[in-house]
Design a protein around this ligand. Structure first.
Ligand code: WT7
Length: 658
């Protein structure tokens, strides 16, 4: 019933099954926690499941500021949800302005550390000033409500300022991760029909310069809808400014008026698009709207991280991913928290960098990815031991399943055995955290994301949509609408319906496999479609294949993932060349560079195999299971009787690998 699960997951299941370590919340943590017992968690979860509209309305009332109240909490025409129908509010007002009338006016909103070690602190008052100036600049560049703005920037405060400025005037932002290539920017500009790009001259990465503006220039050769480019000077590197199109941030934003009232917007006003990989075709522009998204991000930030006003909170994610949207920018700022941003790489100048930052800024809450923890743990426990990590009180993870050994290392070496760990399961599409412990209430078990958040009703079902028994693997689905859910795929509502709402009618299909144990704890097994999870980032095998095939030497390509110690999964490409081309190691490098140019460095194949043919079924479907076995260096198990040409397998095994 489980369609060909990735090999990495089946391995994970057996080790999960042996897991019997359980950690109740530490008493000292529990004593201060907002939700501090299992019974309180269960009471609220049941209440939210039975009366979701009442639950969310109460939260909306107490957590957010509105300029007009809603007429209805929810309008649910499956699969289209409208939350807080008829209400008006502004996200930028909720994240910034409303704190100015409280003691938080001079509280640090953003603490930023650059890769070279320089720091900046922006209070809420500072942030307000900069957001207003930036918003006025957007207006002077002709940007209006509902226009799309692409943001392609390094991890600097101006990135958050640009997002909040868009939100302030009702422009829809489309943040593109700074590691993506010119091709990827152009695709996203075109799909979103963006009118403006906000970028920087460059960014710093491991002491080197990333040519952001140059990438934008290349992308704009193929982005006819983009009229203007706003450029922040970050590195001082040489860039070309095109007269009439490109303007400097310091010539415009720094001189703009401070007066820019936040525009009251409809609850369902489009706040942002964020492109993510699906199993087929081009990246999907996931659409999130205003009120529901903000409420979900705000409440989960408050309760899953148990945010307190004296916390220094650090989510290490890049703002180019949804984690950075919800848990670097919107969630923490709406709560009036202090959010830390670090511009650079975790290993610059060495693998102690994260711990140096924790020590330097006395970080209390650290939210990062299993892939980062694995990479750091591998360098040895003596590196973190050189730093004072006693300020930490809570640890979190996101992006992929965390293996229990890594979890234990995180707990013992980083958390000193004293910090709860929140393993948070969610997706770009869900907008916010869906399954996670509440750190003052939920006993944790290494490897499990534990139990659903309030108002979230998941299930594990078989292919027919029937709930499976405890400890049986199946498809993870969500049975009730929730405020932060994606509203559609930009420009492709049909794809939204087929990808998320058709596999199993009536429920949201996550694309993840999972099981629920006897205690109602969820164990996420990973993606069930042809989507890889490389270092916590979703990549579509389809996209990488298209990139390969776009090279003139390539006739056909199949891409699969294999388990990887650090990255979770690594990318392996099987390539059939055009008849006139001959295989060589030079060509492998050329193809790897080509993929990087098309998509970005994170899509670089770990290995490329040249093969005369790909193993296919008689109906022409590539048998990825066999390729996965080869990539992982395993004997092929299982059925090969549907294989069209048996000799292909032997040839593949002989094909030399890079
Ligand atoms: C996919 C979503 C959510 C922000 C980062 C990734 C995997 C995410 C966990 C977790 C096991 C996880 C799932 C999910 N995933 N968090 N705690 N345990 N797997 O966002 O790029 O939309 O990817 O990441 O497979 O479907 P994304």
């Amino acid at each position: 019933m489980f369609p060909d699960p990735p090999a990495a997951s089946s391995k994970a299941i057996s080790s999960f099954l042996k897991e019997d370590r359980s950690f109740p919340p530490p008493a000292a943590f529990q004593a201060r926690a907002a939700i501090n017992s299992v019974s309180e968690y269960e009471r609220l979860w049941n209440y939210a499941a039975e009366q979701p509209e009442r639950f969310w309305a109460e939260q909306a009332e107490s957590l957010l500021s509105w300029t007009r109240r809603w007429d209805r909490v929810l309008d649910w025409q499956i699969p289209h949800a409208k939350w807080f129908v008829g209400a008006k509010l502004n996200v930028s007002y909720n994240c910034v302005d409303r704190h100015l009338t409280t003691w938080r006016k001079n509280k640090a909103a953003i603490i930023w550390e650059g890769e070279a070690g320089e720091t900046r602190v922006l209070t809420y008052n500072d942030l307000h000033r900069e957001v207003c100036r930036c918003a006025n600049t957007l207006k002077s560049l002709g940007i209006k409500k509902c226009d799309r703005v692409t943001i392609y920037m390094p991890l600097v405060p101006e990135l958050a300022i640009a997002m909040l400025a868009c939100a302030r005037i009702g422009a829809t932002h489309n943040v593109v991760f700074g590691g993506f290539s010119a091709e990827a920017i152009a695709d996203r500009n075109n799909d979103a029909q963006a009118r403006l790009v906000i970028t920087a001259d460059g960014g710093w990465r491991r002491g080197g310069l990333v040519p952001l503006k140059q990438n934008v220039d290349a992308a704009l050769l193929k982005s006819p809808t983009v009229e203007k480019v706003l450029v922040l000077r970050r590195t001082g590197q040489e860039v070309t400014m095109q007269e009439g199109r490109d303007v400097w941030w310091h010539d415009t934003v720094d001189k703009a008026s401070l007066d820019c009232p936040a525009e009251p917007l409809d609850s369902e006003h489009p706040l942002f698009l964020l492109y993510t990989s699906g199993s087929t075709g081009k990246p999907k522009g996931i659409l999130h709207t205003t009120a529901g998204y903000l409420l979900h991000a705000t409440l989960t930030s408050k309760l899953v991280f148990d945010l307190k006003d004296d916390d220094t909170y650090w989510c290490t994610a890049d703002v180019g991913w949804v984690t950075g949207h919800s848990y670097v920018v919107y969630g923490p700022l709406a709560n009036g928290a202090t959010t830390l941003m670090y511009e650079g790489a975790p290993n610059h100048p060495d693998w102690g960098r994260f711990w140096q930052i924790v020590e330097r800024h006395r970080v209390n809450i650290l939210y990062t990815a299993p892939t980062a923890i694995r990479a750091i743990a591998r360098q040895g426990s003596d590196i973190p031991a050189r730093y004072d990590l006693t300020s930490l009180r809570l640890l979190g993870t996101v992006g992929e399943p965390i293996n229990p050994e890594t979890w234990m290392w995180y707990r013992d070496v980083i958390g000193g055995g004293r910090c709860p760990i929140v393993d948070t399961w969610w997706q770009t599409e869900t907008g916010g955290i869906m399954i996670a412990p509440l750190p003052g209430a939920t006993p944790t078990i290494p490897g499990s994301a534990t139990r659903p958040f309030f108002g979230i009703v998941p299930d594990i079902v078989d292919i027919h949509g029937k709930s499976v028994e405890a400890d049986q693997g199946g498809f993870l689905v969500i049975k009730k609408p929730w405020p932060g859910m994606l509203r559609t795929i930009w420009g492709d509502d049909e794809r939204f319906k087929t990808q998320y709402w058709s596999q199993i009618p009536g429920v949201y299909f996550t694309g993840d496999g999972a099981r629920r144990d006897q205690n109602g704890y969820y164990w996420i097994m990973g993606r069930i479609d042809d989507v890889l999870n490389v270092s916590g980032h979703r990549l579509s095998t389809m996209e990488i294949e298209s990139a390969l095939v776009s090279h003139p030497a390539v006739a056909e390509a199949a891409v699969v993932g294999a388990p990887h110690d650090l990255k979770g999964e690594s990318i392996h490409a099987f390539v059939t060349l055009e008849a006139s081309m001959s295989a060589s190691s030079e060509l492998k490098s050329v193809l790897a560079v080509h993929v990087v140019a098309q998509i970005g460095a994170l899509a670089r194949p770990e290995s490329i195999y040249f093969t005369e043919a790909l193993p296919k079924t008689r109906s022409g479907k590539i048998m990825r299971r066999l390729l996965r076995d080869i990539a992982a260096g395993r004997e092929s198990r299982g059925d090969t009787t549907t294989l069209e040409d048996y000799s292909v397998l032997a040839k593949l095994r002989d094909s030399e690998e890079t």
